[in-house]
Each structure stands twice: as structure tokens, then as C-alpha cells.
Write a protein that binds this ligand. Structure first.
Ligand code: CUA
Length: 311
């Protein structure tokens, strides 16, 4: 594709190709009608100019013509809508079993955390032909995580988790941008995405002995005394957390909420709004005490806990 349209960035994922094909379709359809309309305007202006037709004549009604030019554009826009929503929905929904990577944006850098342990800044290494789900948050202001070769862009908002996913299919090193003005050095908040063959990626992961998030989370769990209430012996004060991830929790106000990353984060940052049914005390407030990376570590640890046992 990129050979005959050098204006477009190259494509490095199947989703990027799908976005491009949709865009080409839109450009061709719009271009065709723009040309058709301009040509007809000029043609009719000449043919029915005033000097040849000094007196206006009434036009005749044509039901067939009206149906034709209502039905045809309608069909074309239905095609645009269904095709566009399919591409959009597939791009928004990470496939099951996608590999997690966590990214924290801050003025003015991208901090990346791999579940296997490696951490990196302004660089993102990913394996080829593997679905990658990136979970993003910000430590300060709104940023936007943008990888043109995957045609993927996601706002990175403080206080919440956003996700984006891709399956890279072309090894190489590509641009990573911040696409939302976020202060003086916004334009320097750039980096690179390296798509590697799976074996190279495994070797790269093993190339540093950073602590795994799960392991770092286990330490924080003790250091911040979470263990005192959530330990197995204290079931009246707080739920034990093993096996809860991915299940639904009943709150004191009657809501049933999914115990997921966003939920764990909310319990740490705003426990008052998330009181769990059957427990009197709120969680202590950890707002301002934990960095976004520490929260990600804690989440990794809670995710790893198996039912019944707090390791
Ligand atoms: Cu971060 Cu612009």
C-alpha cells in the first residue's frame, strides 16, 4: 500500500491495513462525488446559461430519479457506517489472552512496565504477531499515546485506566508520540516502538533483572500494611483478595461492580465511594502515597493471588 501512496505512514499491523483500506474507500467515494458534482455544475452552467435560455422553464418531476438518488447515497453511507463501526469495534476490543503491558505517562516521558519485569522509558519493545494490550494512565495531565504505524491513538487520562491493543506484524523500529499538548516539552515526549521476533523479544526480556510487578507488589502489600486487614486471619475487617480478580463485588450501596484494575485503583484512591457490602470500615486512603507504577505493581500482585491463600 505504502508504495503507491507515499503520503501515508507505513503500516505495521493488520488493523492498520484495515484502517487504511477504509480510508482509501472513503477518499475514493468522496473524490468521485466531488468530481461528479463539480463537473455537472460547470456543464449545466454552460448549457443552461441565460443567453440561451432567457425564460425559465418548469422542470418535470421524476419519481424514478428521486428514488435513485436517495437510495444510492443511502446504501453507500450504510456501507461506510457498518464497515467503519466494524473496524472501530475490533480496534477497541482486545482479544482474549492478549499480553499486558502497562504505560504511565508523565511530563514528559512514557514509562513502560512489562509483566515479566522489564521497565523502560520512552521505548516500547513488543513481540511480533502477538496481541498486546496496553493499559495506560497518567501521573499528571492528559497525554495521548500515539503509534502511527499501528494507526492507534489513545488519550491517557489521570485517575483512570484506558486501553489500546495491537498485533504488530512487521519487525522494525517506529515512532511513538504524545499527541495531546501537555506542557512545555510536549514535542519532546516522543519515543520508539521496537517490534521484535518472538525469540529476540524473549532474549530481550531476560536481558535485565528488574523486579517483576507482581513481586514488587507483594513487597508493597506488606510495606503499606495491606496484609494486616487482607491477610487470611482478618476476614471480618476486609475481604481476602485471592481469586477475586475478574469476579463481581457487591457494594454496600447495592451496586455490583467488576473487580478489575480500575476497581482496585478506585479502592486505593477513593475508598469512601466503594464500600463493600458486609464490611464496616473503608479502606484507608492511599491517594498521594503511591505512584501510578506502585499501583500497577499492587494490581499485578492482587491479580496473581489464587483463591483461599494469601501467599
Ligand atoms: Cu504528553 Cu503531550
Amino acid at each position: 500500500m505504502e508504495r503507491w501512496v507515499p503520503l501515508f505512514p507505513i503500516s505495521a499491523s493488520p488493523q492498520a491495513d484495515r484502517v487504511d483500506h477504509l480510508l482509501y474507500f472513503l477518499i475514493i467515494v468522496c473524490g468521485f462525488f466531488a468530481l461528479l458534482i463539480f463537473t455537472l455544475i460547470i456543464f449545466f452552467s454552460v448549457r443552461y446559461r441565460r443567453s440561451r435560455h432567457p425564460v425559465a422553464e418548469p422542470t418535470q418531476k421524476s419519481l424514478g430519479l428521486e428514488l435513485f438518488w436517495t437510495a444510492v447515497p443511502f446504501m453507500i453511507t450504510v456501507v461506510m457506517f457498518t464497515w467503519g463501526s466494524k473496524v472501530y469495534m475490533d480496534g477497541e476490543t482486545p482479544p482474549r489472552g492478549a499480553q499486558d503491558i502497562y504505560v504511565v505517562g508523565k511530563q514528559w516521558m512514557w514509562k513502560v512496565q512489562h509483566p515479566e519485569g522489564r521497565r523502560e522509558i520512552n521505548e516500547l519493545h513488543v513481540p511480533e504477531d502477538t496481541a498486546i494490550k496496553v493499559t495506560l494512565t497518567s501521573e499528571d495531565v492528559i497525554h495521548s499515546f500515539f503509534i502511527p504505524v499501528f494507526r492507534m491513538k489513545q488519550d491517557v487520562v489521570p485517575g483512570e485506566y484506558r486501553t489500546l491493543w495491537f498485533r504488530a506484524n512487521r519487525p522494525g523500529t517506529y515512532h511513538l508520540f504524545c499527541a495531546e499538548y501537555c506542557g512545555t516539552n510536549h514535542s519532546k515526549m516522543i519515543g520508539s516502538v521496537s517490534v521484535m521476533r518472538v525469540d529476540e523479544y524473549q532474549a530481550w526480556l531476560a536481558g535485565a533483572n528488574d523486579m517483576q510487578p507482581e513481586e514488587a507488589g507483594a513487597k508493597l502489600f506488606v510495606a503499606y500494611d495491606c496484609i494486616n486487614c487482607h491477610g487470611t486471619g482478618q476476614q471480618k475487617r476486609a475481604p481476602t483478595l485471592g481469586g477475586l480478580y475478574g469476579t463481581y463485588v457487591l457494594l454496600a450501596d447495592g451496586r455490583r461492580v467488576l473487580f478489575d484494575e480500575e476497581y482496585i485503583r478506585s479502592q486505593l484512591m477513593d475508598p469512601g465511594s466503594w464500600r463493600v457490602a458486609g464490611f464496616e470500615a473503608d479502606m484507608p486512603l492511599f491517594k498521594g502515597q503511591l505512584t501510578e507504577e506502585q499501583i500497577i505493581d499492587l494490581i499485578a500482585y492482587v491479580k496473581s493471588l489464587t483463591p483461599g491463600a494469601l501467599r
